[in-house]
Design a protein around this ligand. Sequence first.
Ligand code: PLP
Length: 455
Amino acid sequence: MMPAMIISPKGISLDIIRNDFPSLRRMRDGKPPIYFDNACTTLVPQQVIRAITDYYEQHPACGGGRSRHWFAEEVIAEIDGDAAAEIEGSRQIIADFINAGSEKEIVFTANASHAINIVALGFPFRRGDVVLLTDREHNSNLVPWLRLQNKGSIRVDYCGTGEDGAFDLEAFRGKLESGPVRLVSMAYTSNVTGCTLPAKAIIDLAHCCGARVLLDAAQTAPHRAMDVQDLDVDFLAFSIHKMCGPRGVGILYGKGALLRQAEPGIGDDGEDAIEPVLLGGGAVHDATYQGYRLLDPPERFEVGVQNYAGQIAAGAAVNYLQAIGMDRIDKRETELNGFLTEELLKRYGDTGWFRIIGPREAAQRGGLLTFEIKRPNAVGITEELSARSSIMIRDGVFCVHSYFNKLYGEGWTRPKPPSEHKMVYRLSLYFYNTLEECRTFLDTLHDIFEERSYI
Ligand SMILES: Cc1ncc(COP(=O)(O)O)c(C=O)c1O
C-alpha cells in the first residue's frame, strides 16, 4: 500500500527544503541527482555553506583564545558564545542538541572515528580489562580496540546480534557478569541494519557492573533526538558531516569528570578520566622546561589551530536540523523506507535471491535499507543505477568487514565465478529524499533485473 501523502517536515514545504541544497539543483543528461548515500555523508544546505564561507570571508582568524583581536573575538564568539552580545556559540548549540549538562563536555574532533580513538587511546585501561562490542561494528569502533588488544592492554569481546540485528540483553548481562568488562563500546545505530540499540537498558546494566559506556552515535545523531543525561552515557561520538554539516567535523561528548584527570586539590574524582592523546599548542595552560599544565576540557583535547569554519558551520547544521525537527526527520525517513521496503518485498521477497539484511519492518531500520543479491553477475548495480538514473547508493561491506566475513566466510570478496556472486547494496535516506526518487529507483532497479534475466 502506498503511504498517504508524505508530509513535509514541520510544515516547511519539501520544495523549499530541497531548494536549500545547491547540489540537488545539478543535472546530468537531463536528470537530477538522487542521493541515497546519506549514511556515508549527507548533502549540505546553503545555510551551512554560508557559515563556512562567512568564516573565510569575514574573520579567517584563530579561535581558542590565543589571539585577542577583532577577528579572533568574532570566531571565539561563534564557537564558544558571547553572553554580552547574546551570541550562542556552536559548542552550546551542540550541547543543547544532545542535552549535555555543559558545553564544556563537547569536544570538537575531525570525525566520529577521531572521537572514538580519543577514548580508546586516552582511557586508563588496566591490563586484563575487557572492552565489549557488538559483532557488527564499523571499523572505526573495532580497529582502535583491536590495536589495544594486539598490544596486550585489553581483551576485546563481542555480543552477538541476531540475524535480524536484534540485541540480546540477557546475553549482554551474561558477558558483563562473566568478565572484567571495563568499557562497553557499541554502535547506537548500525550502519548495516539500521537497528538502534536499547541504549538505556545497556547503560544501566553496564553501570551496575562497573563498566563505562561509549556509544558510537554516527548513525543516530542525524536521525533522532538524543539525551545524554537521560541515557547517562559516559561518552558519545558522532559525525557532523553525516547531518548536513561540514566535512572534517565530529563530536566527542564526555561526562565532565571523565574529561578531566584528577589533579591534586581540584576535587574531581577523575577515575576513568581520559588523557588527551595529542598535546601541544592550544591544549596547554602553562609550560616550563620541566613540565606543563593542561587547559581545562574541552580545550585540552583540541590541539593546534582548529577547523574553525567547520566548527562554526556545525552549529549552523544543528540549527538547520532543529528547525525541521528531529521527530519529523525520523518519521519521514521511515515513511519513505516503508514504501521502498514494501515494494521491494512485494516484487522480489519470495525469489530466494533477494534478502533485506536486518529486520523486514522498515520501522526498525529508520532510513536504512541494505539488501543482499545472490545472482550470477550480482556486481555492478551501483554503477548502473548511477549511469542510468543518477541514483547514488553504496555497495560492499560499508566498513563492517568483520561481520560480513563472519556471515559469508573469510575471503568471500576474492574473485569468484559469476555463478557464485553475491553482493550487498545499501540505500540510506534523509529528509530531503522524495517518493518520486524512490519510484525512480524501483523502476530502474527493475529494468536492470529484467535485463540481467533475474526476473
Ligand atoms: C556506525 C559508524 N561509526 C563510525 C563511522 C565513522 O564516521 P566518521 O567518518 O565520521 O569517522 C561511521 C561512518 O560511516 C559509521 O557508520
